[in-house]
Design a protein around this ligand. Structure first.
Ligand SMILES: [Zn+2]
Length: 105
């Protein structure tokens, strides 16, 4: 007897900021990819279906994307993430160095 089925896994790909088509706010959207895999005896074997979608972090609306659209979003999302990651930390004013007594021989 074969036990087979499907399992869906959702991967988080990136965050991108653009105008939401549902609520109209320029908010961050999570770009996700849902992969449905064929399972045999509860072991995922191969993907049979894959779809991309974005979810608005403001209103929660999801929006289906084609693979091409998803890659466009990914292309715009990537530099934004890099910028955020590589932003220099604000310079803290250095406290006065502690006065050191000159070494007396
Ligand atoms: Zn929205």
């Amino acid at each position: 007897m074969l036990i087979w089925g499907y399992r869906q896994k959702v991967l988080h790909l990136a965050m991108a900021t653009f105008l939401c088509g549902t609520c109209g706010n320029p908010t961050a959207h999570a770009l996700r990819r849902a992969v449905t895999k064929f399972t045999l005896f509860f072991i995922p074997l191969f993907p049979i279906h894959s779809k991309y979608f974005t979810q608005c972090t403001f209103c929660g609306a999801t929006n289906r994307l084609t693979k091409d659209q998803a890659q466009q979003v990914l292309a715009t999302a990537q530099p934004a993430q890099d910028q955020a990651a590589h932003q220099p930390a604000p310079q803290q004013p250095q406290p006065h160095p502690q006065y050191q007594h000159p070494h007396q021989p």
